[in-house]
Ligand binder design. Structure first.
Ligand code: ZN
Length: 277
């Protein structure tokens, strides 16, 4: 299995010289299973480049959306495979509070985007599972509701003994009524080989940004340690957090882990970074 980041930024794209190493595209993570199956997590602006790379074959693409906030769907109209004739594309919307499974298509309405949804040539199917567990090819997919204004889903993908957890945008300790308790997240991501978790904020951002739907990096570290995950990728970098600040955050995270003798390693999610399992 291979996991590659195409977009790691929260809220809004951040071009500019201070953001080139980690990248400025919004959420998109790509998983290629050993049998070649394509799984795409979120369709932020990072999905544009991924789409160009997926044009070379005609095999099915499975897109799992966390929720419908712009930074998670904005790239969809630029995803080239949707204009490939009869390309099978399955989209699983997040479990948002307001059920609006076609939100990613509603933006292709002429007013927001010049190309209408009718221009899509692919065989596009909405996948709305009635259970929280299903299969994509040889992989087992499970989902859990996240804590975020408007709600949504996080996902685990397990295949050939490898477990990837994708948990963004998620506020582990929100001031509002939560969908999921911290200990349930621990169970959900337990023993993951790679936990991709929201770490948009740092302690100094609080309490001003409490309730905005994102976690403080230290909370993501706590989850990774409690669940004994192998690698934690801090994800959904704040638009204000430049490369040097992400470096500092990662260093701080690894210091915390080392003091307790933990074996988890922490990285800052970075565009083009690939993990091979
Ligand atoms: Zn969001």
């Amino acid at each position: 299995m291979q996991v590659t980041f195409y977009g790691v930024r929260g809220s809004i794209p951040t071009p500019g010289e201070d953001f080139v190493r980690y990248g400025g595209n919004t959420a998109c993570t790509y998983i290629k299973l050993d049998d070649g199956t394509h799984i795409v997590l979120d369709s932020g602006t990072g999905i544009r480049l991924l789409g160009k790379r997926l044009l070379s074959d005609a095999s099915p693409i499975h897109i799992l959306l966390s929720h419908n906030h712009w930074d998670h769907i904005q790239g969809f109209p630029f995803f080239a495979p949707i204009y490939q004739k009869d390309r099978p594309i399955y989209v699983t919307p997040g479990e948002t509070d307001e059920l609006r499974p076609e939100a990613f298509l509603e933006q292709m309405s002429g007013s927001f985007f010049p190309v209408p949804r009718e221009a899509i040539q692919a065989k596009l199917s909405l996948h709305q599972p009635s259970q929280n567990s299903w299969s994509i090819s040889t992989a087992k997919i499970t989902r859990l509701k996240m804590n975020h204004p408007g709600g949504g889903s996080c996902y685990c993908i397990e295949d050939s003994g490898v477990k990837i957890a994708y948990v963004t945008d998620n506020e582990l300790y929100p001031p509002y009524a939560k969908n999921t308790d911290f200990l349930d997240f621990v169970t959900f991501v337990k023993h993951a080989d790679l936990l991709i978790h929201d770490a948009q904020y740092v302690i100094e951002d609080m309490p001003a940004k409490s309730g905005w739907g994102h976690s403080v990096a230290e909370e993501a570290i706590k989850l990774a340690l409690a669940a004994n995950v192998k690698t934690l990728a801090l994800y959904s970098h704040d638009p204000e957090r430049n490369d040097a600040m992400v470096d500092e955050l990662v260093e701080h995270a690894n210091e915390i882990i080392a003091i307790g003798g933990g074996t988890t390693s922490c990285v800052g999610a970075r565009e083009s970074q690939t993990f091979t399992f």
